[in-house]
Design a protein around this ligand. Structure first.
Ligand code: UD1
Length: 359
């Protein structure tokens, strides 16, 4: 027997996007298989999300682990080819822009298996980011393109993709946020982590910010200046730890560096933070919905709607402290959240998939 819908996930940001889609398809009684590539494998980068988001145990874990881009992508492709031969899925669903996403897309295309891309059409127009390469290629190979934000439709059309394949469905990561809002307890989390009443949450993991010690030092020195005023909480992604520590991240008393933490704990702290400083993609969206000022330490964003409809500001390294102060002094009424970020994206995606399967 062949499987109907096979989801490929692998890295931390995939999990909150996949959970509502899997749940909605389950309600519609679609037969599903969940593959975890093992791109992320630490308990706090993976297992904790499965538990907290109610994701089913993966049916298959390829256990590929870390490596250079070529090694990791190739290992995922080899593993998935075996899985697709065995399971013969009708539709493969991939999420976001990580290496697991593009690897699955390439294998599906070469094996003539139909592909659906959740979070299609986002563009930073910065091909030095591995994620931009991953997104562009995945979109070209997808039969169903699920977009979270209206401008993505134009990007896909400009790249020659047939508009009939594009479905504006909203943002499934925001479904997860809304479904878990009642569990976020900022005050409790703040006290558990011993943070002062005013505090900032920071996350850093992009290669462009953490791989070069000169760049990393500039960011760390801005964080130190902010920590002169407030506690700065940093659940640190393992990727940049060595260099960030070498350039003095942990030497300020009010900078609190911890291991990565689970979804509910993290979003609790974010929801009570005075501001968030980050280079993450997803956090730009989550802070927009939570109404928490967000400073994105990047020259560009593939999520401009978080700037036009949200709390996000792009900051260059030399202006982090100035922009942080400005963001606090200019706190305005929250603008309406982007269209269709309403908690129903998973349902919409599942409905399109079911209609597609019926055809
Ligand atoms: C990946 C995604 C990035 C996403 C990020 C979220 C790609 C190209 N990048 O980046 O878009 O924003 O996930 O976290 O897919 N490591 C561990 N434990 C783990 C996983 C990774 O220690 O469970 C360390 C390893 O040293 C590894 C490094 O982190 O080499 C990088 O991991 P990798 O999955 O290659 O990329 P991320 O930086 O996590």
């Amino acid at each position: 027997m062949s499987d109907l819908v096979l989801h490929v996930t692998g890295a931390r940001p995939n999990f909150p996007k996949a959970a509502p889609v899997i749940r909605a398809l389950d309600r519609m009684r679609v037969q599903q298989t969940l593959v975890h590539t093992g791109q992320h494998y630490d308990a706090q980068m993976s297992d904790v999300f499965f538990r907290q988001l109610g994701l089913p145990e993966p049916d298959i874990n390829l256990g590929v682990g870390s490596g250079s881009h070529a090694i990791q992508t190739a290992a995922i492709m080899m593993g998935l080819e075996r899985v697709f031969v065995e399971r013969r899925p009708t539709l493969v669903v991939v999420y976001g822009d990580v290496n697991s996403t593009v690897a699955a897309a390439l294998v599906a295309a070469k094996m003539s298996v139909s592909l659906a891309h959740v979070e299609a059409g986002l563009r930073s127009f910065d091909m030095s980011m591995p994620e931009e390469v991953n997104r562009r290629l995945t979109d070209q190979l997808s039969e169903l393109l699920f977009v979270t934000s209206p401008e993505a439709i134009g990007h896909l059309a400009n790249e020659g993709l047939d508009v009939d394949r594009i479905h504006f469905v909203g943002n499934p990561m925001i479904d997860t946020l809304i479904a878990n809002l009642h569990l976020f307890d900022a005050e409790n989390a703040r006290q558990r982590h011993g943070l002062s009443e005013r505090y900032v949450v920071a996350t850093l993991h992009r290669p462009s910010n953490v791989d070069d010690p000169v760049v990393a030092k500039e960011i760390v020195s801005a964080l130190h200046q902010i920590a002169d005023d407030v506690d700065v909480f940093i659940p640190l992604h393992p990727r940049g730890r060595v260099i960030l520590e070498q350039v003095g991240l942990t030497t300020h008393q009010r900078i609190r560096v911890e291991e990565p933490i689970g979804y509910v704990e993290f979003m609790s702290l974010v929801s009570g933070a005075e501001a968030v400083l980050t280079d993450s993609g997803g956090l730009q969206e989550e802070t927009t919905v939570l109404g928490v000022p967000c400073l994105t330490m990047r020259p560009n964003t593939e999520r401009p709607i978080t700037v036009t409809h949200g709390t996000n500001r792009l900051v260059t390294r030399d202006r982090i402290v100035e922009m942080y102060r400005q963001a606090l002094s200019e706190r305005t009424q929250p603008s309406p959240v982007p269209p269709l970020w309403d908690g129903e994206a998973g349902e919409r995606i599942a409905s399109v998939v079911v209609r597609w399967l019926e055809q």
